[in-house]
Write a protein that binds this ligand. Sequence first.
Ligand SMILES: Cc1ncc(COP(=O)(O)O)c(C=O)c1O
Length: 399
Amino acid sequence: MPFDVAAVRAHFPALREGVAHFDGPGGSQVPDVVAKAVADALLSGLANRGSITAAELRVEHIVASARQAAADLLGAQPSGIIFGRSMTQLTYDLSRTLAKQWRPGDEVIVTKLDHDANVRPWVQAAEAHDVRVRWAEFDRATGELPVSAVTSLLTDRTRVVAVTAASNLLGTRPSIARITPHARKAGALVYVDGVHLTPHAWVDVEAMGADFFACSPYKFLGPHMGIVAARPTLLETLRPDKLLPATNAVPERFEYGTLPYEQLAGTTAAIDFLAGLTAGTGPRRTRLAQSMQALEQHESAMLKRMEAGLSGVARLHGSPNRDRTPTALFTMDGIPPAEIYRELAARGVNAPAGTFYALECARWLGLGDAGAVRAGVAPYTDESDVDRLIAAVHEISRG
Ligand SMILES: Cc1ncc(COP(=O)(O)O)c(C=O)c1O
């Protein structure tokens, strides 16, 4: 199925500013249809959820449509989709809820590859409950997290394994499907950070065996909010703190206060946009499978071009392999990452520098808290963007 990047780009008003955006891993640009869905929702009659007025029914429809869209995107059940302000907020909430079941001496596993949002909530919940934290380390040379680095830490006291499906620094994709059977055997739940994977790959939460899978629509062309997918039967066993008059239904009891209905409408539009990246047919999940495959091909071609152009002049961290998102992390001898970032921005190329909250990862790589420059490919990235980045980096290296 062909991927027409020019047709995709035409949907992004922000690109008319003329900047080459490699800052997608921090938050993607937004297509016109998503902005329109948000505006349409806000400009129509809205109310709290209910079954009497047209405004209430419209809101019910917006919520149900967004749960169905997220379920189609992730291969989950609509009644297992929890919406929140961000992945970080949802992970804090769920870590505190799960921690209610922990006993002193229990254990949780976190990894050095993960973004801090899938590390610190678990570490802090563990501290509060006298629970031991075990750290899985990745291979510094390749950036890969071997399955055994996680599974060798499992014991009959492990309650949660918190692991990323893709590193937001290196793009490395640990094999979650090979970790989850071991965790299940040990009686541990697996909480997967899918924030960096979801914009780039076909996701099947069921096949992955993840108990929880978190992602953020603003990384995949949607508005700023977070999503967690889990089995409804698992959610039924959990008791989050909640307001007395708030519903006890699943998944609503995990959603605090009134949902951002306009952002839910935008999220549905973003998922529909992804499903329509190629001219596929059939139900939305089938079209998503086709378009995400075409997107992966496009994005990995852009990554290859980028890495080939940068390799002589910059140091690329991690090593290229099949299981990688289109994310390049680089440094240049003698030039601080923050300066490269500024120089690139001055040339109309947005590729920020830092640790991007993958603090343990950057430190483990020896990059410290200054981190490195990250250039991420998005659906709207084309060859001219990549060539601009490469030319700018070469210019910067010449001083
Ligand atoms: C891999 C990864 N996990 C988690 C997060 C946090 O997501 P949110 O901003 O929705 O809390 C980010 C954001 O950069 C991320 O890249």
